[in-house]
Design a protein around this ligand. Structure first.
Ligand code: NAD
Length: 492
């Protein structure tokens, strides 16, 4: 049922209370405190937003890009001023540490900065005299009303993978954030309102599946951006494209990292601990599988077990905490169940993070860092996205077999290698079947001026989020051929 402190939608420049008959409670995953409720908005509210977006689009798309980006500059300054407040909201509803929340906002703000360059980024190209007296031009024009559907794990950053590019290129934009973490979006939209975007240009509709389906089916929505789990990404991509929309849908991941014997082991284990256990492993770029090659096995296994055991777990706003809880009790049970399944499939639970408590936060959703050793490459656990602080170890004799293990999976979000040998790194870079590659880097998160380039079951579509891909996704090309023969020119 709806409650007095329920989150609001932002439709046509107004904060509006949803008429939803259903709402979800947002719970702090560390303290178990109920923070607020989020309405599961019905299709009629999506329709209201789309209609307002269509009206706003007429004026916004004709506003010169240099004027549109003035709102974006203002939004960037507001995000900087409110960084601490937003980071605290993210930590409280999502569980990650304060430093991780600030980090995600920095990566989000980068996208706002890049989109401020839209007057150059959305330039077309042209040729004079494709035939005598005939010129040809290509312009980029916005699509209309576009929407993004986002996941729980980066509530501040992921909306900003899309929103700045969609708006700066002249579209109206609707966000449907994850219903598990909608407070961060509410704050982002308070700042968007202060940044002075005209009514209907940027809108927030809270909700769940019904809200998503209404966006996917609405003929007024021209493009859908999605980030979430692979089954939902596939569903959203199929339904959106069947309805004639553009779609870019980022899915799940299971990222392998190869550790060569010539890697600097101290740096490698430090980076790997952050990659595997940062954000409690709830990152699409988390390192989930470490594949040691030859003699790297003993050193790496021992050192990883040490860093996993010594990681300080707790409430993300407390000093010195390195890892927070997982998002919900259901997630906690699912992850614990997958650790058990790994053990049943023959892996050794080298470090066991189950059944652990944090003093003073007994009701939090705790799973401590866990390491499964000798995971069988053919087992289910080797292929399943755990989305928790669990690192699986596999072992190979040489780089060729390690690359085979890397490529033996459905996902293709990221693959990394740690080595001091350039030729090995080059071989890996070329043959690893993933769209984002890290060399001596744990989390190869592309900067905002590069595409977030997931492959295979980690991405459905062709143009990715961020950078030039974002600009292309949110614009359609118009090609103009024009004839102006010299003899038509008049002398006055
Ligand atoms: P999710 O798929 O459960 O939810 C994502 C969004 O889809 C939410 O807004 C949710 O309301 C909506 N949704 C959920 N089920 C739906 C359904 N049946 N029909 C229509 N809409 C539905 O994902 P999550 O648990 O919020 O996020 C974690 C997942 O996201 C992980 O798999 C992670 O790897 C992935 N992820 C991927 C990337 C990437 O860049 N590839 C980035 C972040 C997260």
């Amino acid at each position: 049922m709806t409650t007095p402190n329920q989150l609001l939608n932002f439709i046509n420049g107004q904060w509006t209370r949803s008429s939803a008959s259903e709402a979800m409670t947002i719970v702090n995953p560390a303290t178990a405190e109920a923070l607020t409720t989020v309405p599961l908005s019905p299709g009629a509210e999506v329709d209201a937003a789309v209609q307002a977006g269509q009206i706003a689009f007429k004026e916004w798309s004709e506003t010169p890009a240099v004027d549109r980006i003035q709102h974006m500059f203002k939004f960037k300054m507001l995000l900087e001023e409110h960084l601490d407040e937003i980071a605290r909201i993210i930590t409280n509803e999502c569980g990650k540490t304060y430093a991780e929340s600030v980090g995600e906002m920095r990566r989000g703000i980068e996208n706002v900065e890049v989109a401020c360059g839209i007057p150059i980024l959305m330039q077309g190209y042209n040729n004079e005299d494709i035939a005598r007296g005939i010129d040809e031009h290509m312009f980029r024009q916005p699509l209309g009303v576009v929407a993004a559907i986002t996941p729980f794990n980066f509530p501040g950053m992921i909306p900003l993978w899309f929103l700045p590019y969609a708006l700066a290129t002249g579209n109206s934009f609707i966000l449907k954030p994850s219903e598990k973490v909608s407070m961060s979006s509410q704050k982002l939209f308070e700042l968007l309102e202060l940044a002075g975007f005209p009514a209907g240009v940027v809108q927030l509709v809270n909700g769940g599946k019904e809200t998503v389906d209404a966006l996917l089916d609405h003929p007024g929505v021209k493009a859908i951006s999605f980030v979430g789990s692979t089954p939902v990404a596939k569903y959203v991509y199929s339904r959106a494209t069947a309805n004639g929309k553009r779609a870019q849908c980022q899915g799940g991941a299971k990222n392998p990292v190869v550790i060569m014997p010539d890697a600097d082991m101290e740096t490698t284990t430090r980076i790997m601990a952050d990659s595997a256990f940062g954000c409690a492993g709830q990152r699409c770029l988390a390192a989930s599988v470490a594949i040691t090659v030859g003699s790297a096995r003993n050193n790496f296994t021992e050192m990883m077990a040490d860093v996993a055991t010594s990681r300080k777990v707790g409430y993300g706003l407390n000093e010195g905490v390195q890892m927070g809880p997982v998002i919900t009790q259901e997630s906690q049970s699912r992850i614990n169940g997958l650790i058990e399944k790994g053990a049943q499939e023959g892996a050794t639970v080298l470090v066991d993070g189950r059944q652990k408590q944090v003093d003073g936060y007994e009701n939090g959703n705790w799973v401590f860092p866990t390491i499964l050793d000798d995971v069988n490459p053919g087992s289910d656990i080797a292929q399943t996205e755990i989305f928790g602080p669990v690192l699986s170890l596999m072992h190979a004799d040489n780089i060729d077999s390690a690359i085979e293990l890397v490529n033996n999976r459905a996902f293709g979000n990221m693959a990394c290698i740690f080595t001091s040998n350039g030729a090995t790194a080059r071989q890996f870079r070329h043959f690893a079947d993933a769209g984002n590659i890290g060399i001596n880097i744990g989390v190869a998160a592309p900067m905002a001026f590069f595409p977030f380039s997931g492959w295979n079951a980690s991405f459905f579509g062709d143009l990715h989020a961020q950078s030039r891909h974002g600009v292309e996704f949110y614009t359609q090309t118009k090609v103009v051929v024009e004839r102006w023969p010299r003899e038509w020119s008049r002398q006055f």
